[in-house]
Design a protein around this ligand. Structure first.
Ligand SMILES: Cc1cc2nc3c(=O)[nH]c(=O)nc-3n(C[C@H](O)[C@H](O)[C@H](O)COP(=O)(O)O)c2cc1C
Length: 336
């Protein structure tokens, strides 16, 4: 089936104007880009698409009630489906006829230790009677622990629209694809199942530097609603309490700064998005990328045809196995 045709194909049992929910959970924007791309592609095929950001507060119970197909796009945290996504799925009412495609967006791609990360989401959906027809990983530049070097990072950003277009066509054509994680994957995911709990301590240890302008970008973007802007009172430098103890003499400068509650989900969005780099981690400093993380900046550095030809030497070794396979598939679509 051509990906430009303007109707949802029969093979999935979907009619023209079938209702599709694209639900996404994203910290630093990678999963959001993928989700928006799925939404565009599904609309090209004539589906009525409802795009929903999964954030704090959980799902409305009827989030999934009216849709025939769910495309779930979620970041991978600690080899797992993030806890917030699990809560969202648990709270939603899914019709037993619901079909679901589950995509994880990860730094490491579909490689050993990383392959069971969608299982929690799949288990919850299946327990609700939904049929999971497709599951896969889409790698994006890693925002935690290690940086995917240029030009591999830019190649990932050039690759995903092609891969999403191909996956959309294949899902609507009724193709099924289910991954089979091995015992090591299951073990690693199981051992990391409670790692999300450390987010509370991580968030409360975030340091706010003097450079903070109090703009509130961090608070507005936090997917956990964990940041509020509160007044910070600092003694005025001209104050001299020994000579003047009146109210006027003890005047203080009041500025607005972020205050972190205990619901941090360790997505790193606030740290990387601050325009003044005024936020820094008080814990896990080794895992936060020192030079920041900005997808727009990565996307502006385009890979060359030579970069694509040299893919195998750029992405050597087991650490890159998942990313290499994924980019090889994209290279075939690019025909470079
Ligand atoms: C706390 C944390 C844990 C992560 N764990 C994994 C992991 O287990 N496997 C992996 O491939 N990537 C992992 N990542 C990397 C992200 O999945 C990856 O960078 C993703 O593209 C981020 O998506 P986002 O921009 O939508 O937040 C982790 C990132 C964070 C912040």
């Amino acid at each position: 089936m051509s990906s430009n045709s303007n109707h949802c194909p029969d093979s999935l049992g979907l009619e023209l104007a079938s209702r599709v929910k694209v639900a996404f959970y994203s910290g630093t924007g990678g999963a959001e880009r993928i989700a928006r791309c799925f939404a565009e592609q599904l609309a090209v095929h004539g589906c009525i698409v409802d795009l929903e950001r999964i954030s704090h507060g959980g799902a409305h119970q009827d989030s999934l009630a009216a849709c025939e197909l769910l495309v779930l796009v979620t970041v991978v945290h600690d080899f797992n489906t993030p806890h917030q996504v699990q809560l969202w799925l648990e709270n939603s009412d899914a019709a037993p006829s619901l079909r679901a495609a589950v995509f994880s967006v990860s730094g490491g791609g579909e490689a050993i230790t990383n392959r069971a990360n969608r299982q929690a989401a799949i288990r919850i959906l299946e327990a609700k009677g939904a049929t999971v027809i497709y599951d896969d990983t889409i790698p994006m530049p890693c925002n935690y622990f290690f940086r995917i070097q240029h030009p591999l990072d830019a190649m990932e950003l050039e690759a995903y629209p092609l891969i999403v277009k191909k996956r959309t066509a294949s899902i609507l054509a009724g193709e099924q694809r289910r991954s089979r994680p091995g015992p090591v994957d299951h073990l690693v995911t199981w051992l990391s199942r409670n790692a999300w709990r450390r987010g509370a301590r991580f968030g409360q240890a975030i340091k706010v530097a003097e450079d903070c302008a109090g703009c509130g970008l961090c608070a507005r973007g936090c997917p956990a609603g964990n940041i509020s802007m509160g007044p910070e009172t600092t003694a005025h430098p001209d104050d001299n309490p020994t000579t003047d103890t009146s109210a006027a003499g003890t005047a203080a400068a009041v500025s607005v700064k972020p205050v972190f509650a205990d619901r941090c989900v360790l997505c790193l969005r606030c740290l990387y998005a601050c325009p003044n780099q005024a936020l820094s981690p008080g814990r896990e400093k080794f895992a936060v990328l020192q030079d920041g993380y900005a997808l727009d900046e990565i996307a502006s550095r385009h890979p060359t045809p030579d970069d694509w030809q040299n893919l195998e030497s750029l992405a050597k070794g087991w650490l890159y196995a998942g990313i290499r396979r994924y980019l090889q598939e994209a290279r075939d679509l690019l025909e470079v």
